[in-house]
Design a protein around this ligand. Sequence first.
Ligand code: URP
Ligand code: ZN
Ligand code: ZN
Length: 459
Amino acid sequence: MATFDLVIKNGTLVTPRGEQLLEIGICGGKIAELSPQIISDDSPTIDAAECLIFPGLIDPHTHMGIPIKDTHSADDFETGSKAAAFGGVTTILDFTVQQPGQTLRAALNQRITRAHKSKVDVGLHINLTDRPVERLNEIPGLIRDGFSSFKLFSTYREAGMMATWDQFRTVLRMVSENGGLVMLHAEDNHLVETMTRMHITNGEWAPIFHAYSRPPEAEAQAIGDAAKIARELDAPLYIVHVSSRLGLEAGLEARARGTKIYLETCPQYLMLDEFCYYQPHGHYFIATPPLRSQEDRQTLWKALNNGDIDTIGTDHCPFTKAQKDVGRGDFNLTPNGLAGVETILPLLYTHGVVPGRISRLKLAELVAGNAARIFGLADRKGKIAEGTDADLVVWDPTVQSVIRSENLHGADDWSPYEGHASMGVVRYTIRRGEILVDHGMWLENTGPGEIVTSHPIGI
Ligand code: URP
Ligand code: ZN
Ligand code: ZN
């Protein structure tokens, strides 16, 4: 008779082989056994009757405590990772913050120091925001050390973060030749700056002008330009936070021409639209890219099901009401970003699975499996299989609730999803075999999250 650190009984596992009624035996942080009936002595046991068991979510896009517009996003790795765990997220992939003049390695080391406060596992994408071409020679070593994804921005020139298309090409070549992956925040900077200047000159400072300043055309233009370069170099490319029909179409057109392009969207582009900007606190909803039309939302939902979109990342970047209020009356002064890491699973289950827009298996791929594969973590994470990390969410789909900011666990004091109904709740979040969350309670004395490295992406 075997002894396990933890056994989970009676749950329905959502796996690539379909939904399976299997019991899970966990040992040393790994899934040691999956079988119809686990015979063990008095191992601690969770009864997951009536529950679904998903792989722990991998959020490939978070920003804990990053500098934006004279402030920092409200969650640091400690608060943000707790919020993540309450939402069923067991791994976050965050970004380094490169100061002007700083090497990529120094920026990485600094970020790792902060990330050690995380309760969930953390991977780090390497941001290249300062003179990227001067940092080229660091790229092969970083990839060898397991930091194999690199992010560039085609906009944010005034914040000193933009890469020109020549710089993008040079970095993309170096990264892809070494087996890594470039991620791009894709907005055409010229169009964004022109539109922004025009609205400001006209005295048009209301939140909706944030959306008008960064139109879908800017997203589509930049995706098309980037994809053309990627095709010429035969390099894979990951586009973060696709928000619009036009952006999606530009990505799909590139894919049809043979570009290896991965597309990510975010819950806010599925759940919210530009009408939020007309609300009394419309400036709270300022995020980049902006919220779009209802038609854009519906198009993105459809694209989840047919495999056009690969991943859902939250772009978690919350700001409190007071932080947002600095930009009240001037969209250009409002720190951009929204919370999302704790609400991704309830929202996608309720608005995706329940109405039949996506299957449970598709949900598991979008929020865990695909990110694990794309970012080189699939040997450990993103699926429920023997030998992988025991990162699991026990999800009770029978319980109704309502999202209220006072019940969330991040540092933010409001939620973009306040009042949204949710069908289902997280019963347990288990990270590498440790129960972090049990029926809405945080379990103290759990170990820290690990910094996870990835194998170079052999795409
Ligand atoms: O508004 C957003 N998304 N803030 C975070 C930075 C970014 O562009 O992803
Ligand atoms: Zn971005
Ligand atoms: Zn982001």
